[in-house]
Design a protein around this ligand. Structure first.
Ligand code: NAP
Length: 233
């Protein structure tokens, strides 16, 4: 990769759904894009469908060793990171509610959706610090809004509520380094997670994340967005 030519973005879970649409949008804007999946084969297959410079990488955000290995791999290919999009996520709350969910499922979801995003920032910070325009975007959800919490979607809601909290804290911690951090809600999107009845296309769901990654004012940090507008946490 030629770091002088274009900016570099990493999209976790970039092999399908909203992450794939974000990767595609960033490529169209001339970014070089790293897409990750828990399966290298799936990341590689997805990369073949995209046009531009795409690096497929195996990465499980719930596993610190996997994050470290991905960083080691990428250290040999990139010398800085301009955009980190924490998009990877799971929605496993089928047939459970806040009164019946077990600790294991709570841990799995928080580990993936929340702690994974925090750990990604920690591990990739040295590369982000080398950018003049570093931006972190956490793909959250209306289920993480205080008014959006649902007793029937317990682990997912808690994970996104906590991701929003982490966004505020990371923005504060990284302010002095000039790294901006925002959370966004893509709306209800037609993906494996959102299902066929969802109201938005993956491209519509990706729009605000792409905008935050490329065009939004660098004065905006620590905020929660939908449709390019600030919304309440
Ligand atoms: N769809 C919606 O309506 C909607 C609404 C609000 C928010 N969101 C959020 O938008 C984001 C993307 O959702 P989506 O609808 O595109 O979901 P999706 O189609 O189910 O895709 C999820 C992505 O996350 C990756 N992933 C899952 N667990 C992972 C792990 N442990 N480590 C690394 N990657 C992992 C998957 O890759 P592999 O399985 O290949 O590893 C896949 O690329 C999520 O954070 C979701 O919570 C979605």
């Amino acid at each position: 990769m030629d770091s002088k030519q274009s900016k570099t973005a990493l999209v976790t879970g970039g092999n399908r759904g909203i992450g794939f649409a974000i990767a595609n949008g960033l490529l169209q804007k001339g970014y070089e894009v790293i897409i990750t999946s828990r399966s290298l084969d799936k990341a590689t297959e997805a990369a073949k469908k995209l046009q531009g410079i795409v690096i497929p990488v195996k990465l499980d955000v719930s596993d610190d060793r996997s994050i470290d290995r991905a960083k080691e791999t990428l250290n040999q290919k990139i010398d800085r990171l301009d955009v980190l999009i924490n998009n990877a996520g799971i929605y496993p709350d089928e047939g459970v509610n806040i009164l019946t969910i077990d600790r294991q499922l709570l841990e799995l979801t928080l580990n993936t959706n929340t702690f994974g995003a925090i750990r990604m920032v920690q591990v990739f910070l040295p590369l982000l610090e080398k950018s003049q325009d570093a931006r972190v975007i956490n793909v959250s959800s209306g289920y993480g809004e205080i008014d959006g919490l649902s007793a029937n979607v317990p682990s997912y809601c808690l994970s996104k509520l906590a991701l929003n909290g982490a966004t505020i804290m990371l923005a504060d911690a990284l302010h002095s380094k000039g790294i901006v951090v925002n959370a966004m809600c893509p709306g209800w999107v037609r993906t494996d997670m959102g299902g066929k009845s969802a109201t938005r296309s993956p491209e519509e769901g990706a729009d605000t994340a792409i905008w935050l990654a490329t065009e939004a004012s660098r004065n905006e940090t620590g905020k929660f967005w939908r449709d390019r507008r600030v919304i309440s946490y």
